[in-house]
Design a protein around this ligand. Structure first.
Ligand code: GRG
Length: 305
């Protein structure tokens, strides 16, 4: 990751490596490497480079996302926009995408085309979300389309690149892609549930942040769809920016109604889907790790799953 962003310009170097130094879970490269290793062999350097390209796209999207959200902290440190400014964050994010594209091109036209297309999917997912901010009648299909684009597609692509670069057969490459997409969907639904259920301290930001920003996610949409006095009260509160008291009230409604458990059920369906994809893989340590990973995400949700 460090080597991928080196330039002769020390100012750009520092900004472009800021969130690399800060850490992150590196889940996208993990999927690329694990996907490559399902037949038991060790992933090649090219597979690792494919994973790095995906992580650089993720990183570039975080730089831009933090500008859009005017976020102050990311990965436990100051965001690039808070530390250097929006213009620097946008340019450095572009630079990360350029380095990702260069690596992808060195892995062949299929990988280069796939990564380019995935960057488009990220933007489309984000745009779908933007278009429906403060929209209490947002359809669930809009939510699912958005999270597929902004989150799941990059996981699908990471696993697919692992399979392509490792030279797996097409049906296996396709099953890895389906696995990554399902895993990424679990990831985002769980993230959205935790935004409602976790404490401010666990999240490192106020709970209910998505609702305050007008991003109505699955637990909120399911609560709004209940056709009950609670859902009517929630609909009255939402639709425009929330004050502190209204935020607490809205959070309490979503936390205490069945929309939340219904969102967990949907996350579990995607866990099942991801696990089923593993049935197409040979028995190996990597396959076992992939099979266990989606449920491990869901296990972080502190309500009956
Ligand atoms: C410039 C590629 C590009 C896109 C522009 C802003 C934008 C469009 C997309 C952002 C989409 C976005 C922020 C999706 C959420 C991604 C997500 C799940 C972030 C959290 O990922 P983790 O938990 O983070 O894997 P770490 O820090 O562990 O890597």
């Amino acid at each position: 990751m460090h080597a991928a962003v080196v330039t002769p310009d020390s100012y750009l170097n520092e900004i472009a490596s800021h969130l690399i130094v800060a850490g992150g879970k590196r889940l996208r490269p993990v999927l690329a490497v694990a996907g490559a290793q399902i037949f038991g062999s060790v992933a090649s350097n090219d597979v690792v480079r494919g994973g790095v390209a995906c992580e650089l796209v993720h990183l570039g999207s975080l730089y831009h996302d933090d500008v859009m959200d005017e976020a102050d902290t990311r990965r436990g440190v100051e965001t690039v926009n808070a530390k250097w400014g929006n213009l620097q964050a946008i340019l450095a994010g572009d630079f990360l995408l350029s380095r990702a594209s260069e690596i992808a091109a060195s892995l062949g036209t299929e990988v280069a085309g796939l990564l380019a297309r995935t960057i488009g999917w990220l933007v489309e997912g984000e745009m779908e979300q933007l278009r429906h901010t403060y929209d209490t009648s947002r359809a669930e299909s809009s939510y699912l389309r958005s999270i597929h684009g902004k989150t799941a597609s990059l996981y699908g692509t990471a696993a697919r690149i692992g399979g392509i670069v490792a030279g797996h057969d097409r049906p296996v490459v396709d099953a890895l892609t389906a696995y990554g997409n399902a895993y990424g969907t679990v990831f985002q639904i769980v993230d959205d549930i935790l935004d409602i259920t976790a404490t401010d301290a666990q999240l490192g930001k106020p709970a209910g942040h998505d609702m305050v920003e007008g991003v109505y996610t699955l637990p909120v949409l399911r609560t709004l769809a209940l056709d009950s006095p609670a859902s009517a009260e929630l609909a009255d509160l939402l639709g425009s920016p929330l004050g502190a008291a209204a935020q607490d009230k809205a959070l309490a409604i979503v936390r205490s109604n069945p929309g939340l458990a219904s969102a967990v059920d949907t996350a579990r369906e995607y866990v099942d889907l991801a696990e089923a994809c593993c049935d197409d893989f040979p028995d190996s340590d990597a396959t076992e790790a992939l099979r266990a990973a989606p449920m491990a995400l869901l296990a972080s949700v502190p309500v009956p799953a």
